[in-house]
Design a protein around this ligand. Structure first.
Ligand code: PMP
Length: 443
């Protein structure tokens, strides 16, 4: 019996499903890792895998980067939870306020879920309104307020006459009473947005979006889409929240704001902000942020928030991400991989649309044009081939390579530790997979 099998049977009797976080259960069950470094995971049986999950997007510097390790060891000399601020907290906050447009003040949190929950609370308190408009296929964490029309929703919602979409909850146990607070619009449809938002002009507190829809692969905004939403929300007095939990510090140091020159009122960060540290943040306009206690009446606090160890690691990570050429290098790796994949897929006559930004690379098997939204992906994506491909890639040591989700493919996540050699080795393994699993059109 392998160590993995032995651990699986023990784990399943204690951890629900053998996992400590539901989405760690990939198609072939829980994985038990011994150690990890750079782009690699070694399982408890000593098998090496190239990791394409990378801490669900957090590990932009790779696993166990020496700069973070050193910072953590040094910080540990002084303690790990003070529950109070340190000079490092001030350095972190000043970096965010000086480098990110639209961030005049910042408050820390522990996860992306916490960040979007509180950003919405701030928007509601600031505006005195309740409803929120979100886009189909965008994910903002698992809290009850925004968990509609996501990849874990059991079905796609019915279309309403005005083009809005029925809010189908992404989990059992979400109170039905909350659903009407969430107005769902299709992504990348300027007219639908204007129509739907205008119908709710006087009761919307916020519009929240992933500026690049990474939770359905990689679906950037069509030209003028973000600008239209920005202009409309400013005019209507509705808070515009960018959920940059995945895009932040990945597509550029200042995230999508830097790419598209559109500044939201509030922004949520997580994942690559800490490159593996359990940290997140909400930032934004001073008047909105100062609704937070102790300045205002909105509560946002937590036992584990701003732990000094986490903050020390994050400061070290941001120093590394600020190095000249960091993003040019990441983009080069992304482009090399995207063009290598395109060439390979063409050679194997696999119809596919491949695209990527900031090391998040989406491959839509069966599609030849850029999808604009979740329904286009659902209609065109060859889920069957994708799933067969994924299972075979897993056997070639490609871990979590294009994890298939119910309504769209998950993107592949690279880090700067995925060197050209690692990417070439990946392409050659994908070549083998495509020889062994030839493309088949969906039934
Ligand atoms: N927002 C976005 C855009 C995300 O991708 C995620 C996580 N995948 C979250 C929020 C939630 O973050 P966390 O898992 O840290 O709670």
């Amino acid at each position: 019996m392998s160590k993995t099998d032995e651990l699986r049977s023990r784990a399943e009797r204690a951890l629900v499903g053998g996992v400590s976080s539901g989405w760690n259960y990939l198609l072939d069950g829980p994985t038990f890792v011994g150690n990890a470094a750079g782009p690699y995971l070694w399982d408890v049986d000593g098998q090496r895998h190239i990791d394409f999950i990378m801490g669900w997007g957090s590990l932009l510097l790779g696993h166990d980067p020496p700069v973070l390790r050193r910072a953590l060891m040094q910080a540990l000399e002084n303690g790990f939870l003070f529950g109070y601020e340190t000079p490092l907290h001030v350095e972190l906050a000043q970096t965010l306020c000086s480098q990110i447009p639209g961030v005049a003040r910042v408050r820390l949190a522990n996860s992306g879920t916490e960040a979007t929950l509180h950003a919405l609370r701030i928007a509601r308190a600031w505006s005195g309104r309740t409803r929120v408009l979100k886009f189909e296929g965008h994910f903002h964490g698992l809290h009850d307020q925004l968990l509609y029309a996501t990849d874990s929703s059991p079905r796609l919602g019915a279309l309403n006459a005005d083009g809005s979409i029925e809010p189908v909850a992404g989990s059992a146990g979400v109170p039905e009473a909350l659903a009407p607070l969430c107005v769902i619009a299709p992504w990348n449809d300027v007219e639908a947005f204007q129509r739907i938002a205008s119908a709710h002009r006087h009761d919307l507190a916020a519009v929240i979006l992933e500026p690049i829809a990474f939770n359905m692969g990689c679906v950037p905004p069509v030209p003028k889409f973000l600008e239209t939403i920005r202009a409309w929300t400013a005019d209507a007095g509705v808070a515009l929240i960018f959920d940059e939990v995945l895009t932040g510090f990945r597509v550029a140091f200042a995230g999508s704001q830097e790419l598209y020159s559109v500044t939201p009122d509030l922004v949520c960060f997580g994942k690559a902000l800490g490159c593996g540290m359990p940290i997140a943040a909400v930032g934004g306009r001073a008047d909105m942020m100062e609704t937070l206690a102790p300045r205002g009446p909105v509560e946002m606090s937590g036992t584990n928030t701003g732990r000094v160890l986490t903050v020390a690691g994050t400061v070290a990570a941001l120093r590394e991400l600020s190095q000249p050429g960091f993003y040019a290098h990441l983009n080069e790796l992304t482009d090399v991989f995207v063009s290598g994949m395109k060439e390979l897929l063409a050679r194997h006559n696999v119809p596919a649309y491949v695209t990527g930004l900031g090391g998040r690379i989406a491959i839509y098997f069966g599609m030849t044009e850029a999808p604009l939204n979740l329904r286009a992906i659902d209609a065109g994506w060859n889920r069957q081939f994708h799933t067969a491909f994924y299972a075979r890639a897993r056997l070639k040591g490609l871990y979590g390579f294009l994890n298939p989700l119910p309504w769209s493919p998950e993107a592949i996540t690279l880090s700067v530790a995925h060197s050209r050699d690692v990417l070439n080795s990946t392409l050659s393994r994908v070549d083998d997979v495509l020889h062994e699993v030839p493309y088949r059109h969906a039934d």
